[in-house]
Design a protein around this ligand. Structure first.
Ligand code: NAD
Ligand code: TDX
Length: 359
């Protein structure tokens, strides 16, 4: 019996962006059915999605498994009529890649290649349908670091500086090669720093929100002058849907928020915001400048003209509103935060921060 839905496979859907993508897309696209494949590493949380089978019994299915498991991939892709794949699954934290690069090579490089091979084989078996898409979700960090001026564009040269960005750059190259060599209908997006609900509290914004809330030290790497271009995760999810539906196979699209901030500005803003929301003062006194991240990229900034002009996407949310909504989400979900803070999380905090001297 053919289903009335188009089925999409989302890898890494129990992580930060994947969770937001699945929840937002099920609401926005009633004709979509989603299969989420996630290995549930420390960064994946099945509870993020556990209300969905009851709310969308015909339109959502969770599979616990890895993109490194070829047999499982083949089973899913041959049993289901997959209209497209949105590939989020990855190791995503730069500091962890500095401590333990091997898992980044395994998941981001080998995992992506494995997924490409199985998807290509099934796509060919099915007679190479024109409308199949493989969307590879990548990062602006593959382009290295900018100075005080200029922007990354789709023409920027690859110059990854961390083991994380090198592994993402390698995966981008494999996706590109799969299109060039086999005509496989893949599209690549490279996005700037995301923030919003469900982000694992190892990343700057949720880490600072939690530490401020608990009156703990706020570790700012180096002098805090590094710049990131921040994008609300829902805007990123909408950009991904746009690329999936309107983007041309073989193309790359850069996605950015146009909201450049120095790290110290972000930390100050969060201190002031939480002081206001919690009716207290003095959070800025918790700031500690600590030993810098090795090879720390100075600035990332995106020129998003291509996706804007060719596909009509631009961010809908103002940074000031979305960051306040994000803080409110964390304050309203302290139970979520507690479940995340397993032994593994505490161990990571010790590994990463105990080695850093205060300056
Ligand atoms: P995340 O670390 O929060 O989530 C990654 C998810 O992948 C987790 O659910 C994890 O369990 C899953 N996973 C890991 N290894 C797997 C495997 N072998 N098989 C199946 N699942 C596996 O990451 P995120 O921040 O949601 O990022 C998602 C993607 O977007 C990544 O590819 C990342 O490089 C990219 N990206 C992230 C940002 C950002 O600011 N967070 C910006 C640009 C691009
Ligand atoms: O404790 C901290 N103190 C600090 O000063 C942490 C965790 C970070 N920082 C700085 C380092 C960066 O300049 O804040 C900035 C942001 O750091 P992260 O949140 O670790 O993000 P970043 O390294 O910029 O990478 C992120 O954006 C691009 C994601 O982790 C990647 O997955 C994405 O590809």
């Amino acid at each position: 019996m053919p289903t009335p839905f188009a089925t999409y496979l989302v890898t890494g859907g129990a992580g930060f962006i994947g969770t937001n993508f699945i929840r937002h897309t099920l609401a926005l696209r009633p004709q979509w059915r989603i299969i989420c494949l996630d290995a549930l590493t420390y960064a994946g949380n099945a509870a993020n999605l556990d209300d969905l089978p009851a709310r969308f019994p015909e339109r959502y299915r969770f599979v616990h498994g890895s993109i490194l498991d070829t047999k499982l991939l083949l089973k899913i892709l041959t049993q289901e009529d997959i209209a497209g794949v949105i590939h989020f699954a990855a190791e995503s934290h730069v500091d962890r890649s500095i401590h333990k690069p091997q898992t980044f090579i395994a998941t981001n490089v080998n995992g992506t290649c494995q997924l490409l091979q199985v998807c290509q084989a099934v796509w060919e078996q099915n007679g190479k349908p024109d409308d199949f898409r493989f969307l590879h979700v990548s990062t602006d960090e593959v382009y290295g670091a900018l100075g005080d001026t200029g922007y990354f564009t789709e023409q920027s040269a690859y110059a990854p500086n961390s083991p994380y960005s090198a592994s993402k750059a390698a995966s981008d190259h494999f996706v590109r090669a799969w299109h060039h060599t086999y005509g496989f209908p893949a599209v690549v997006t490279n996005c700037s720093n995301n923030y919003g609900p469900y982000q694992f509290p190892e990343k700057l914004i949720p880490l600072m929100i939690m530490n401020i809330q608990e009156k703990r030290a706020l570790p700012v790497y180096g002098d805090g002058a590094n710049i990131r271009d921040w994008l609300y995760v829902i805007d990123h999810c909408e950009a991904l849907l746009t690329v999936l539906e309107k983007g041309a196979p073989g193309e790359t699209y850069l996605i950015g928020g146009g909201a450049e901030k120095r790290n110290i500005e972000i930390v100050h803003l969060l201190c002031d915001l939480l002081d206001r929301l919690l009716a207290r003062s003095g959070s800025r006194d918790l700031i500690r400048f600590v030993t810098d991240r090795p090879g720390h990229d100075y600035r990332y900034a995106i020129d998003a003209a291509k996706i804007h002009q060719q596909l009509g996407w631009q961010p809908r949310h103002r940074f000031e509103d979305a960051i306040e909504a994000t803080v409110q989400w964390y304050l309203g979900h302290m139970d979520w935060v507690e479940t995340i803070r397993s032994g593994e999380y505490r161990q990571w905090i010790e590994t990463n921060y105990n080695l850093r001297d205060s300056k």
